[in-house]
Design a protein around this ligand. Structure first.
Ligand code: 9WO
Length: 248
């Protein structure tokens, strides 16, 4: 998969992407990352990428033309399954399902804005979609682009060592993760690792983990649970969790 990022701070994206899972995917040529700086597509002596907003107000707005020319450059050998996405708080809220869909694309062009925003005509004419990470504001789209790249990369075939691990991650089945423990077995008298995890009984462990995942989702994110249809077994495990919570 190919990612193209339109950004005034290309090194911010390329440096951060070299670390960890995304770095390995780039090294193994599963992912290619290209950055395009609108400043390189300006036509004036001062390489102007921003201007004052019509109607007044403080701050600056990114100009249409350098952004447009940078996207055109990124599209030189675009296939038809290419999408241009602007990252902003006005966008459609990103979900694991949306990211999973996007991981089928061969090219994703991510536009990272700066300043107080970008000329609306660029969003209208040049972008296919607008995505939001959540209801908060950051100083530019680069960190959002990195999150999108990271989340999609880990869904690509041959990226995660264990083929199952992305599938088993929190949210891929609409539930929160079950709790994890490692050594030591007992750090304080009333701080023990649940017995079942030490039992070696894999069916019991799987049931316990499913019960915890259901229980925590019910406790912390009831909104997620409302969207899911549970199997009879899952209903039974959740009921059991609720009884056990009442006892403590
Ligand atoms: C800054 C600002 C200052 C005064 C009045 C209004 C203002 N709006 C903004 C603003 O939204 N700036 C944006 C910063 C411009 C485009 C890139 N920026 C951005 C992207 N902030 N937050 C995101 C983002 C992207 C994806 N998901 C969540 C947030």
């Amino acid at each position: 998969m190919r990612f193209d990022i339109i950004t005034l701070f290309p090194e911010m994206v390329t440096e951060a992407a070299q670390v960890g899972v995304t770095g390995k995917a780039i090294e193994n040529a599963i992912v290619t990352l290209n950055v395009w700086n609108p400043r390189d597509y300006t036509c004036d002596r001062h390489k102007t990428v921003d201007d004052r907003p019509f109607g007044g107000g403080h701050g600056m707005v990114m100009k249409y033309q350098p952004l447009h020319d940078a996207v055109i450059a990124a599209k030189v050998d675009a296939k038809n399954d290419c999408k241009v996405v602007y990252l902003s708080p006005q966008g459609r809220p990103l979900t694991q399902a949306l990211l999973s869909e996007a991981s089928e694309l061969s090219q994703l062009i991510l536009v990272a804005g700066r300043y107080e925003g970008i000329d609306e005509r660029f969003i209208q004419r040049d972008c296919d979609e607008e995505w939001s990470l959540g209801d908060y504001v950051i100083s530019g789209g680069e960190l959002a682009a990195l999150i999108v790249i990271d989340a999609i990369t880990r869904l690509l075939p041959n990226v995660l060592g264990n083929a199952q691990s992305a599938q088993e991650d929190s949210h891929s089945d609409g539930l929160l993760d079950y709790p994890q423990f490692t050594r030591p077995e007992m750090s304080a008298a009333n701080d023990a690792v649940p017995d079942v995890l030490l039992s070696g009984n894999h069916a019991d462990i799987a049931r316990w983990r499913m019960k915890q995942a259901l229980g925590r989702t019910w406790q912390k994110r009831p909104d997620l649970l409302k969207k899911k249809t549970l199997s009879a077994e899952q209903e039974r495990l959740l009921a059991q969790f609720k009884v056990e919570v009442d006892k403590v």
